[in-house]
Design a binder for this molecule. Sequence first.
Ligand SMILES: Cc1cc2nc3c(=O)[nH]c(=O)nc-3n(C[C@H](O)[C@H](O)[C@H](O)COP(=O)(O)OP(=O)(O)OC[C@H]3O[C@@H](n4cnc5c(N)ncnc54)[C@H](O)[C@@H]3O)c2cc1C
Length: 419
Amino acid sequence: MPSVSRRRVLSGAAATLTAAAVAACDPSRRNAPAPTTGTAPRSAAGTDTSSSRGSGPGTGPSAGPRGGPATGATGGPRKADWRALAASLDGDLVSRFAPDYAEVKQLFNTRFDHARPVAVVEAAGPADVSETILFAQRFGLRSRPRAGGHSYVGASTLDDGLVIDVRRMRAIRYDPAGRVATVGAGAQLYAMHAALARHGRSIPTGTCPTVGATGLTLGGGLGIDNRAHGLTCDALTGLTMVTADGTVRRIGPGREGDLWWATRGGGGGNFGVVTSLSYRTHAARPIGVFLVSFRWDQAGAVLRGWAARARSMPRSAWCNLHLEAGADGSTGVRIVGACSEGDQDAQVAAMERAVGLEATSVSTFGKAFMDGVRYFAGGTTSSRQAFVAGSDVVARMSRTLSLRCRASWHVGRRAAGHR
Ligand SMILES: Cc1cc2nc3c(=O)[nH]c(=O)nc-3n(C[C@H](O)[C@H](O)[C@H](O)COP(=O)(O)OP(=O)(O)OC[C@H]3O[C@@H](n4cnc5c(N)ncnc54)[C@H](O)[C@@H]3O)c2cc1C
């Protein structure tokens, strides 16, 4: 198995490159920081057994707890098969005919509302996941797991296949003896922070409150704690996964070595369906926040100075850079940072020295831990929205790269419908 240095990603990515395209939970909040961008998963999970696709209502589940009128099936599961699946589940089978189908199948990004899975299985535990995987394989149906539903590319839904929805598994437990948090695969980031903060603990995550722990972790997990505590996947101490053969596997150090390696930055959940994750925690502390703005015509110099500073700043500090454009035609270059409480003014001074320019505006303040979580999250939840976003990781910011960042920013704006 090749060895990939995550440390290199952490230091080389210059405090996470977010200059090119930023998916904000609420991009209209011009004065609040947008979350760091994460990975765009490559494809569906390893359970995606692409073979005969169902088509039309004939392949739909016909009866189950939340199924609708009976329909026959040609070549796919029959009414009785869907009934048997529904009866075998502790969770629910939501068919195309269920009244809440349209809502249950939604992802965060409204661009994927057109997707029509043949059904969504709301799995209540690993056994439900295993049943569903085997059912899908038996009938040649494709299946995709869905956790927080924030995939940039709609990878957690599909047409005519089965969605394995793990949101029902969202319990969050903390073991004070081992200082380990264990969360159901459907847990969301804000809920995790709120639950762990009660114990004075935290894990390094992204900032968007409704992103799922599973998608975030399997893709790496970028956020304001990365420089001090690593990526989210670095904090993993173990997980439970159902693989394509229907087996429930406990994965961790010394167990299922390849899967253990692959789930810590392997990208996008392609190896099975995760049902729970355990993380090492760190102390939840107050933070200092610094916001530094520059003029748009200084963007190139700011990009290079920011990248240089991010390579040398202490690990207790983090910052990202936003190239912003408002619907009213306004533009802005803004650095958003977090550091140990009390250090924020020193961070601003060091940033201005690195950029070699005086900022047009500066704001610094301290936040108690959960206030900081809410500040960077833009609240405790986030509304669905349509967006186009992408991510890239670069080792060093050169003049050419800073120009490319600006170019991709323009491409992103056009894709999102701006002129
Ligand atoms: C508004 C917004 C803000 C974001 N902010 C950040 C951020 O601050 N930091 C960061 O690193 N990233 C961020 N991201 C990116 C986010 O981490 C990824 O899109 C992540 O994959 C979403 O995970 P999810 O569980 O919410 O999504 P889902 O769409 O449910 O899943 C994402 C992928 O994981 C697979 N998957 C889902 N559940 C399982 C499972 N149980 N087992 C195996 N595979 C599974 C899906 O099939 C899909 O391929 C953000 C995204 C958005 C939309």
